[in-house]
Design a protein around this ligand. Structure first.
Ligand code: FE2
Ligand code: FE2
Length: 174
């Protein structure tokens, strides 16, 4: 793998670990304001983000590349209620989508077909991530300040269970 591409993969690993901790902080906040279901949903997403990072690590290992681990940015934030959290998630996922796209463009420009093909899973995953979050935002918008509706949404979010993502090209993840 060409050095700039390898470095860009490491930078993406750092971003996925940041994402994980960002979701963890939001999970704590949601738990503190009483939305246990949404707290659980964001905790599941925290686990998923760890898997995103780990599968990129596995991929670099498979390509015999060294991972450059970097300092993870401070994930703390301030929110004003549950809808604010999900709006913040959407903004974050949009930036991750952009970052994955840039990585795929670099892989393509480097003539690294293997890396480019591998990244297709991540590109498709981002469509799912943004779609899921938009769906929650839509529901929260309909609910507005209706406490019953908000509790129903919270219960719905609480039903999400963690499913280990299977990323083609890296075997089974840890
Ligand atoms: Fe991710
Ligand atoms: Fe996902």
């Amino acid at each position: 793998m060409k050095e700039p591409l390898s470095r860009a993969f490491s930078a993406q690993i750092n971003k996925e670990y940041f994402s994980a901790f960002f979701y963890l902080v939001m999970s704590d906040y949601l738990d503190a304001i009483g939305f246990k279901g949404a707290a659980s949903w964001t905790y599941v997403q925290y686990q998923e983000e760890l898997a995103h990072a780990q599968n990129l690590v596995h991929y670099l290992h498979a390509r015999n590349e060294n991972v450059k681990y970097m300092t993870i940015a401070d994930p703390s934030g301030e929110w004003n209620g549950i809808k604010d959290v999900f709006l913040s998630i959407l903004k974050h996922e949009e930036s991750v989508t952009e970052s994955i796209s840039e990585l795929a463009t670099l892989a393509m420009q480097s003539g690294d077909h293997a890396a480019y093909t591998f990244l297709h899973w991540y590109i498709a995953e981002q469509v799912e991530e943004e779609g899921n979050v938009q769906d929650v935002i839509d529901k929260l918008q309909i609910a507005e300040d209706n406490q019953n509706a908000l509790l129903t949404i919270d219960n719905l979010l609480g039903a999400r269970v963690y499913v280990e993502p299977i990323v083609p090209g890296v075997g089974t993840s840890i």
